[in-house]
Design a protein around this ligand. Structure first.
Ligand code: ZN
Length: 139
């Protein structure tokens, strides 16, 4: 479905199949607290604070949740362009092993790439540093 406005920053998120009970709860909560299903979804997403899972290292020890900086390289008009992203969740073990969630990194790279493209197309300055906290509005 196309966005209602011609704002190129406006999108429709994928539809989600739910059970009858979930649908009922969804409609009741929207009516009771948010006024509309759209505002319930917005509120729920902005308030949601998740945690990365607890994982064990190959050496057997439980890994610590840490934040690291990742750099993403893009090719802009034949020039190498780097965006630093701060506070990317990772897991670190006492043995020195650091691991990232590869599915998340792929999604993050896609999101950063979209932002770079958007700014190029709208002739805005390209981001050099992005704090993941700002993107997630999380602590
Ligand atoms: Zn280890």
């Amino acid at each position: 479905m196309a966005p209602k406005s011609d704002d190129s920053r406006s999108f429709t998120v994928p539809e989600v199949r739910v059970t009858r009970e979930e649908k009922r709860m969804f409609e009741l909560k929207a009516a009771l607290y948010s006024g509309s299903t759209e505002s319930l979804i917005r509120e729920a997403v902005s308030q949601f604070k998740g945690e990365t899972p607890v994982i064990s290292c190959r050496c057997g020890q439980v890994m610590k949740r840490v934040k690291r900086t990742k750099e993403y390289e893009f090719d802009v008009a034949g020039e190498k362009y780097v965006v630093k992203v701060y506070n990317v969740p990772a897991h670190e073990c006492a043995c020195g092993t650091i691991t990232f969630d590869l599915m998340f990194l792929a999604k993050l790279e896609e999101v950063i790439g979209d932002e770079v493209l958007y700014r190029l197309n709208s002739r805005q300055p390209l981001p050099e540093e992005i704090d993941l906290y700002d993107l997630l509005l999380a602590e």
